[in-house]
Design a protein around this ligand. Sequence first.
Ligand code: NAP
Length: 336
Amino acid sequence: MRRYVFAPDGDRFRLDLQQVADPQPGAGEVLVRVKACSLNYRDLIMVRNERKLPISGLVPISDGAGEIVAVGAGVRERTVGERVAADFFRRWPHGCFSKSAMDSAQGGAVDGMLAELVALPANAVVPIPEHLSFSEAATLPCAGLTAWNALVTRGNLSAGQTVLVLGSGGVSVFALQIAHALKATVIATTSTPTKVSKLTALGATYVIDTRARVDWEVAVHELTNKRGVDHVVEVGGVGSLERSIKAVAHAGHIALIGVLAGTQPPTNLFSLAHKNVNVSGIYVGSAEHFAAMNRFLSAHKIKPIVDREFGFVDAAKAYDHLASGTHMGKVVITIP
Ligand SMILES: NC(=O)c1ccc[n+]([C@@H]2O[C@H](COP(=O)([O-])OP(=O)(O)OC[C@H]3O[C@@H](n4cnc5c(N)ncnc54)[C@H](OP(=O)(O)O)[C@@H]3O)[C@@H](O)[C@H]2O)c1
């Protein structure tokens, strides 16, 4: 079978395509024929070597969906022919997060999904919703589940509340779709004027063009009668956190997720206490969370937004497209 691996290339990594023997499922494992993978901003962090992790030789990409083609000894919960996606973590089936789970993050700590065949623990794969294609389902494990846990599992989002989503990347678009389905009012920001109408079409009640409104947190207050929003899906990090704290309502919730604009927090976080704000650190989710999200997506017939698909041999071009920031939603690599 063919697979990609990270190969050192100066101070970063490139993707090398290899031909290797087919993996076999061990006891408690399933063998998945991968049909599609999706990219996340994290995959750019990896290939750019921004975290200086020992990933040389690892298979990239956390997110993939495909079909089970074999099961190992002792596997009862999964069967050959099932359409599944892999959880982001190989060792977080349910319950609380742990160091062991963290050390099982695909495409960073352990091998990922950019391969034709992958052997995975049976309890680390989740059946995918029937109404989704493999490409659509491949977008769920990281971006979809992060948005779900930010707003639902940890945020307890309810109808009538207001949600602020920043930008039009994978996590933010999923958060918009989930919040809209739950009858929340969604305020989206974008730095790309041509995306305004697309975000509106997906259900955003208001879209703030951050090029025209650099003071977008003030715009949020104008749109909410000076109250602020109940939830912020915070994907920016250092470049936006201080503004997000201003944009959130008293007793509101900020889901800390991303680092699009850097990893250092602002120096003064006291206003979080002053406003009685709840802050949740979110790192994707478990297979149990994933299954719960899939039930919701099925009930609401939510379809992920796939911006563009690339073929397996064009994987590097898919990375370039994500890096361009021109996408809306998800970038997918299909595997024949
Ligand atoms: N903690 C977790 O579990 C977790 C999970 C998934 C992702 N993340 C993190 O969350 C962030 C988003 O990931 P993603 O995969 O959704 O990214 P993505 O798809 O690459 O999103 C890129 C989009 O975000 C917008 N953007 C760019 N810079 C921004 C900034 N400084 N502030 C606000 N928006 C900005 C742009 O949209 P416009 O053109 O509309 O402005 C851009 O097109 C990343 O930092 C990623 O590492 C964390």
